[in-house]
Structure formats: structure tokens, C-alpha cells
Ligand binder design. Structure first.
Ligand code: F6P
Length: 352
């Protein structure tokens, strides 16, 4: 059996742990030949591959990024390199030339959508969910999320000591374009006083009230805001702030905009930090290494059993799988009744 593996979309701590687990399990349990497709689906179009054997995956478990490289914009069904044309037939011709019997695609909802379309063309596919944002449907966790949360918690720990020394309001912007999982768990782990998520539009005045109440008590304030968070009626406010700024490019993102808007409403000095891709880099946490390894092994088992068109998942503490079409093109917001939201409110954390 000859199996291809690719990593699509943005990178994420734990990708190499999956590549290693899939490769070792397929070699050990069914004597498979394994080939890495480089730069996501682009490798199928540009014929960019590398052999994966025990030596190739030795020592990569704890490495961040992906040894196969990735591409976050390559969709062979709308290929940017051909003016948006469908070049999937070219990719399939290369698959046949390589003699691939199956493909393991590691990625987010975009990668799962493309994988699902290749399956319809006759390529047996298995999916592994990846995103630091933890917002894929039908899996309780994606690997990379725990590593990102650890970075946010450490950032808040560090911001707290400097905020307390100066009596300041510190605004930390995290990743999370569509869902607020990183800001919520990172914010709770780092003791944030205000946590703002895309799922719960916030009121600027409510955030200012928290800061002012804490000022009266001589306390600093930590605000943790997801990049997708919005003020009620927010698009307009953000756009106006950007337009009014003398140097909009230096603003960063929504965290900087919030800091800019908060400053005239509070006594303390307000500072903003944009964590950005620091959250995606570096070595995965032990939790993510284990989850990625379990996902990789489970994907290899689906291949061995020829259970095609499925994505492995974490359901509670068990590994399971769901059909690819159940995942493709959807994301998973933090539900309004999530217990951590209730705990946050109970502890007096403002959710805006
Ligand atoms: O992986 C998803 C994500 O982390 C989002 O939260 C963020 O908006 C995005 O990646 C940024 O990715 P890039 O800058 O690589 O396009």
C-alpha cells in the first residue's frame, strides 16, 4: 500500500507529531510505503513530494511547524496559479502517477472541504483535524489549541506583573477569527478581568466600567480579546477609529483599537499587545503531542481498515471519527451555555 500525507492551511504545533504517528503506524502495522506531499495541495499540482520513512520522522515529535511545509491558499478546484481555474484533474493525474492508494490530509475545515472533493474524484481520503483555534465541528479538541492557550496564559502572567507595577490597563489580543476558544481558555488560565469573544458582542462602556471600578480599588486590569471580537454595532466604530488614526498600520488589530477607544474613558494608561503568530509557533505541549499522536495512529487505522471519507475526532476522552462532509465548511463557536462562561461570570470576569 502507498499512502500520501499532506498538511494544509496554517501551521500549528503538533503537525509533525501527526506526520510521525501516521508514518510509523503505517510502516509498522501494514508495511506501507509513505510519501509526504509538500506545501499542502500545491505539492499535488507542482509535483513536490518527499519519501517518509523511520529516519525522516525521527526527532520531529517535539518540533513546531510542519516538515512537509504548508500552503494556506492552495485549492486545486480554484487554483490561484491558474486564475481560479479547476486543476484537480492535473492533481489526480499526479496521484495516479505516484501510485497513491490513499491520502491522509491534516488540516482545518478548508483542507477537509478540498479532501472531500478529491474523494468524490476517486481518491480515498482520511482527515485529521488541525487548528489552534479549536473551532472544528464534531471534535472536542484540535491539537495545537493547548499549546496556543499556554502561550496566552504565559503572556497574561507577564503582562500582569508589569500592569500591576504601573497600575495600567493591559489589552492582549489573541488569535480566533471566528471563535473565541483561545481567548476564553487562555484568558481564564491567565486570570484576565475582561474576556471578549466573537460570539458575545461587547459594549465599550461596560469594559470601561470594569477598568474604572478596579482603578478605584487600586487594581490594574487585564483584558483578553479575540481577534474576531466585535463591539455592539462594532464594524463602524472600528472603521472610524482606523480612519481617524494618524498611522493606522501601526494599530495592529482589534486589541489596539479597543485600547485606543478605552484610553479617554479611564484614568490609567492603556497599553495593547498583539500576540499574533507567537501563538502558532514553537514546540507543542505534552497534551498536544499525545493528542496529535493519538489522531495520527487513529488515521492510520482508518487507512488500514479502508474506512475512507472520515475525519478522526476526540469525543470526550475517546478517539472516534465522522464523515468528512459533516466537518467541511463549518466552524464551531463557543456555545452560549458553555460551563467556562458561567464560571467566568461567577468569578466576576466581565464578558463585555
Ligand atoms: O489558524 C487559524 C488562525 O490562527 C486564525 O485565528 C488567524 O486569523 C489566522 O490563523 C491567521 O493566519 P495567517 O496569518 O497565517 O493567514
Amino acid at each position: 500500500m502507498h499512502v500520501g500525507i499532506l498538511t494544509g492551511g496554517g501551521d500549528c504545533p503538533g503537525l509533525n507529531a501527526v506526520i510521525r504517528a501516521v508514518t510509523l503506524a503505517l510502516i509498522n502495522e501494514c508495511g506501507a510505503r509513505v510519501t509526504g506531499i509538500r506545501r499542502g495541495f500545491l505539492g499535488l499540482i507542482e509535483r513536490d513530494v518527499q519519501a517518509l520513512d523511520r529516519a525522516a520522522v525521527a526527532g520531529i515529535l517535539a518540533q513546531g511547524g510542519t516538515i512537509l511545509a504548508t500552503h494556506n491558499k492552495c485549492d486545486p478546484f480554484h487554483y490561484f496559479g491558474a486564475g481560479g481555474a479547476d486543476v484537480s484533474a492535473r492533481a489526480m493525474a499526479f496521484v495516479r502517477e505516484l501510485g497513491l492508494d490513499a491520502l491522509v490530509a491534516i488540516g482545518g475545515d478548508g483542507t477537509m472541504t478540498i479532501a472531500h472533493r478529491f474523494e468524490a474524484l476517486g481518491l480515498p481520503v482520511v482527515g485529521v483535524p488541525k487548528t489552534i483555534d479549536n473551532d472544528l465541528q464534531h471534535t472536542d479538541r484540535t491539537f495545537g489549541f493547548d499549546s496556543a492557550v499556554a502561550v496566552v496564559a504565559e503572556a497574561l502572567d507577564r503582562l500582569e506583573t508589569t500592569a500591576r507595577s504601573h497600575g495600567r490597563v493591559m489589552v492582549l489580543e489573541t488569535m480566533g477569527r471566528y471563535a473565541g476558544w483561545i481567548a476564553l481558555e487562555g484568558g481564564m488560565a491567565g486570570g484576565a478581568d475582561v474576556i471578549l469573544l466573537p460570539e458575545l458582542p461587547y459594549q465599550l462602556e461596560a469594559v470601561a466600567d470594569v477598568c474604572r471600578a478596579r482603578e478605584v480599588q487600586g487594581l490594574c486590569t487585564l483584558v483578553c480579546i479575540a481577534e474576531g471580537a466585535k463591539a455592539e454595532g462594532g464594524e463602524l466604530v472600528v472603521a472610524q477609529t482606523l480612519a481617524d488614526s494618524p498611522d493606522p498600520l501601526r494599530l495592529g488589530g482589534v486589541g489596539a483599537v479597543l485600547a485606543h477607544q478605552l484610553q479617554p474613558l479611564v484614568q490609567s494608561e492603556v497599553r495593547a499587545t498583539l500576540l499574533g503568530h507567537v501563538q502558532r509557533g514553537g514546540s507543542p505541549t505534552p497534551f498536544d503531542r499525545v493528542l496529535a499522536t493519538r489522531f495520527g495512529y487513529a488515521a492510520a487505522q482508518l487507512v488500514e481498515r479502508r474506512q475512507w471519507g472520515r475525519m478522526v475526532t476526540l469525543a470526550g476522552s475517546d478517539i472516534a471519527s465522522v464523515p468528512l462532509e459533516a466537518v467541511a465548511g463549518r466552524n464551531r463557536p463557543v456555545p452560549a451555555d458553555h460551563p467556562l462562561l458561567a464560571a467566568a461570570r461567577g468569578l466576576g470576569v466581565s464578558l463585555g
